[in-house]
Design a protein around this ligand. Structure first.
Ligand SMILES: Cc1cc2nc3c(=O)[nH]c(=O)nc-3n(C[C@H](O)[C@H](O)[C@H](O)COP(=O)(O)OP(=O)(O)OC[C@H]3O[C@@H](n4cnc5c(N)ncnc54)[C@H](O)[C@@H]3O)c2cc1C
Length: 315
């Protein structure tokens, strides 16, 4: 029951989510080997980082100049080409893997499951209907491809000794589409997916100018900024910070929801938050049904006292 993990990385750094996928892979492999596959160009440093994760027996590197800007078709070919000896092929549930792993599973004639939140050798759990239902799935195929919700798993620690790194032959690139460039949003704030505190604004914030007040509280707390889809659609915040079913899934220790009603599609993105604080002037807003602490009132009245009452993040 060996497992292969497709590493998430930006070419230089291994994404922290990969350590969480290792934990999922180890529970599935149940004593079998866990390997990590790093695909890209000039990714030796990423492979070295992957090799330090506890529980990893080997790191495979598929490195080629054509992989500098990897499209999903090429990545899926590479994963499928190596998949045969593995019962489980896993990756972080990110955009790249969501595009590549179903293709790879199809190429390998295998099953694919997305957004897995719990693993055991006999059943996997994944949310459905925006998290309103948890489905338990028993894979019967000889190999199963899955993307994993990293925040649902503890990160594997660092090992005392690094696993061996070995090159594997790169596949021929699929050139039917080519990636011309990527433009990422740059922010000095913590990454939403990993932030310990998230302060999010909804339609109730009222304007992009008012969103600056939400950001001010976030900066005071050293938090990431999030938004509901209504706030994004209204232009108060960028699409990259949308939280929910069609946005990002967050799992902070503290989630502060300001002027957010708590629609089921929004709640799908905050189910793993440990403590939810909501400010809403509507006492019947659904967000209060899941909030640990709630303030019924105008968020602009509450914001100054919240900011002065809460300790500032260490600089
Ligand atoms: C397929 C699909 C996918 C979706 N995906 C997502 C998703 O990923 N993320 C997401 O967020 N939504 C998503 N939605 C939209 C979702 O259904 C809701 O429309 C949206 O979450 C509402 O955002 P909101 O809470 O900011 O706005 P509203 O529902 O309009 O709520 C605004 C709240 O602000 C309060 N308020 C107003 N003024 C103040 C004030 N001054 N002080 C305090 N409170 C105030 C109001 O009482 C109200 O409760 C999706 C919908 C569909 C159909």
């Amino acid at each position: 029951m060996n497992a292969l993990i497709l590493a998430a990385h930006d070419g230089q750094q291994l994404d922290a989510s990969t350590a969480c996928v290792v934990t999922a892979a180890r529970s599935l492999a149940a004593g079998g080997q866990v390997h990590i596959l790093v695909v890209g160009h000039g990714v030796a440093a990423v492979a070295d980082q992957a090799a330090t994760l506890a529980g990893v027996s080997a790191v495979l590197t598929a490195d080629a100049p054509a992989f500098a800007a990897l499209n999903a078709e090429t990545l899926s070919r590479q994963v499928a080409a190596l998949a045969a000896p593995y019962a489980w092929i896993l990756a972080t549930h990110n955009l790249q893997a969501r595009a590549a792993l179903p293709r790879a599973a199809a190429l390998a004639g295998a099953a694919y499951l997305s957004d897995v939140t719990r693993t055991s050798p006999d059943a996997l759990e994944r949310p459905a209907y925006a998290g309103a239902v948890v489905t338990r799935v028993q894979p019967i195929a000889t190999s199963t491809f899955l993307t994993v919700r990293a925040s649902a798993f503890q990160a594997a620690p660092t090992a005392a000794t690094a696993a061996p790194v070995q090159d594997v032959p790169p596949v021929e690139a699929d050139v039917r589409t080519s990636i011309l460039g990527r433009e990422g949003s740059t922010s000095t704030r913590p990454d939403l997916g990993r932030a310990r505190i998230v302060v999010a604004g909804g339609r109730g914030v009222g304007s992009a100018e008012n969103m600056a007040k939400v950001e001010h509280l976030a900066d005071h707390l050293g938090a990431a900024v999030g938004a509901s889809r209504a706030a994004v659609d209204a232009g108060f915040a960028s699409n990259s910070v949308q939280i929910g079913q069609t946005g990002k899934v967050v799992a902070p220790d503290l989630y502060v929801a300001l002027g957010i009603s708590g629609a089921i599609q929004h709640l799908a993105g905050i189910k793993d938050a440990k403590c939810i604080v909501a400010i809403n002037r509507d006492p019947d807003a659904p967000i209060f049904q899941i909030a640990d602490y709630g303030i019924v009132g105008d968020l602009f009245d509450a914001l100054p006292s919240l900011e002065s009452g809460l300790p500032a993040a260490a600089a």
